[in-house]
Design a protein around this ligand. Structure first.
Ligand code: ATP
Length: 452
């Protein structure tokens, strides 16, 4: 993990948040390469789950939402983590994570009493910071970030930063039905920031206060569609996206079903697609059958009728949903971890070319030969019209290859003296390190073909 974090900083993927002011825990900023990778990932997700489907539409709801949204959904009362503090050094941690770290047993979903009992009776559960076994009681902390709107403080002006994007889909359910041509079964998808006041033990962007979610609420009539089949179909779509579109190694993936204790009370079935991060198998993408709990709750709290008539049965129903929910930043960390490879003489990010921040880099063989620099710049400007390309004229060629390998750039194009004679360049492949000589006029079609 330290090596990946160091590469992210060195090559402009991820920086610690507010770094020049000493940092702000659990926040991160994305640098030039990271911003491109994040954008490519979002686009791939959106293209796959919205543009390529005729039964899913997009939404972009507000980050700040009415307090009633979160009362209706149950978040103001139930969206809380159990925390514990070390009395000796004041280190604070999630009690379930502490148990899981020290005993390797699953503890998520256990009650406060159960967590306390396990910690009290197991002297091996010591503080990861100071090594003492001297804990406070376990207490619940709500994860929602409250915001006060306007200048008057108090209950009337209280709103929340959304803790999940899902609620945006439920509160706009009627709007979408009335303003588009969706018919059951159909999905509403959203990509956007969510906020949770979490305490975490590091691990880069795996768990942060502010993160981006990609969520789909897939609405259906349980009398017409079999939820178990839909659930299985969605699991396959998620698996295929990760393995085929992102190119993640299947051996690092597994499914884990939540037992009754861990599952939210409104969910009939929940499973996590887990990835083997350098710190162990952890949730990447959850799928839950949320029944029609959320729409029913919003119907009650808002006093609005959120039922629709299913044209197939002519019955009025409040549709049920299956929800695949992924963290885009967590997915980005998985991609970095999965593509990070140390070879004898180099470190290389073997990123799927579709995700790579830059598809090609153009170099003049020698930086002090104006005729080479000028020619290389011309090729760079021409390529840039079609594909995201960088120009690098610093240092020697070996250093430039080294840097581009660490960023994951699939193709490096070098302009040398032969180029000036016959308009050909060398194209070096990131993964094989093999070079081929290519006519300048064929460059774009070759790269586009290889990216796929
Ligand atoms: P966890 O058990 O890891 O806290 P969760 O079950 O609360 O996650 P969901 O509410 O199902 O997560 O959110 C869907 C997805 O959003 C998760 O699978 C994860 O990828 C991502 N996610 C959740 N919390 C965070 C966070 N604090 N930082 C980054 N990503 C997150």
């Amino acid at each position: 993990m330290e090596k990946i974090i160091a590469l992210c900083k060195r090559r402009g993927f991820i920086y610690p948040g507010s770094e020049i002011y000493g940092g702000l825990a659990n926040t991160y900023d994305y640098g030039p390469a990271g911003a491109e990778l994040l954008r490519n990932l979002r686009n791939l997700w959106w293209d796959n789950f919205v543009h390529k489907r005729d039964d899913i539409v997009g939404l972009d709801a507000s980050v700040i939402s009415h307090q009633e949204v979160w009362r209706a959904s149950g978040h103001t009362s139930g969206f809380a983590d159990a925390m514990i503090d070390c009395k000796n050094c004041k280190y604070r941690m999630r009690a379930d994570h502490l148990i899981e770290e020290k005993t390797k047993e699953k503890a998520e979903g256990k009650s406060i009493g159960e967590l306390e009992e396990i910690i009290e009776n197991n002297p091996k559960i010591t503080c990861p910071n100071c090594g003492k076994h001297d804990w406070t009681n376990v207490r619940k902390f709500n994860l929602l970030f409250p915001v006060n709107l306007g200048i008057v403080e108090g209950d009337q002006s209280l709103a929340y930063l959304r803790g999940e994007t899902a609620q945006g889909m439920f509160i706009n359910f009627k709007n979408v039905v009335d303003s588009s041509r969706v018919r059951l079964p159909f999905g509403i998808a959203q990509l956007g920031k969510s906020f949770r006041n979490e305490i975490t033990p590091g691990n880069s962007v795996f768990r942060t206060l502010e993160f981006e979610q990609g969520e789909i609420e897939y609405f259906f009539d349980p009398e017409i569609s079999n939820w178990e089949k839909l659930f299985a179909d969605w699991k396959k779509l998620m698996w295929d996206f990760i393995t085929k579109k992102l190119g993640i190694n299947e051996e690092n993936l597994r499914w884990r079903e939540h037992d009754e204790k861990e599952r939210s009370f409104y969910s009939k079935k929940t499973e996590d697609l887990e990835y083997k991060f350098p710190f162990g198998f952890k949730e990447l993408w959850g799928i839950a059958y949320r029944t029609n709990y959320d729409l029913t709750q919003h119907g009650k709290f808002s006093n609005k009728d959120l039922s629709i008539t299913d044209p197939q049965t002519n019955k009025k129903i409040v549709p049920h949903v299956i929800e695949p929910a992924v963290g885009i930043n967590r997915m980005l960390l998985m991609i970095l971890a999965d593509s990070y490879i140390e070879e004898k003489e180099r470190i290389v990010l073997k990123l799927n070319p579709k995700l790579a921040p830059y598809k090609a880099a153009v170099f003049p063989l020698l930086a002090n030969k104006p005729e080479l620099v000028e020619k290389a710049k011309k090729i760079y400007h021409d390529l840039r019209k079609n594909i995201v390309t960088v120009f690098d004229g610093r240092g020697n060629i070996g250093k430039r290859y080294f840097a581009q390998d660490e960023i994951g750039t699939p193709f490096c194009i070098t302009v040398d003296f032969e180029t000036l004679e016959n308009d050909t360049v060398t194209v070096r492949d990131r993964d094989t390190m093999k070079q081929e000589r290519v006519k300048i006029e064929d460059l774009i079609s070759l790269i586009v073909k290889k990216i796929g």
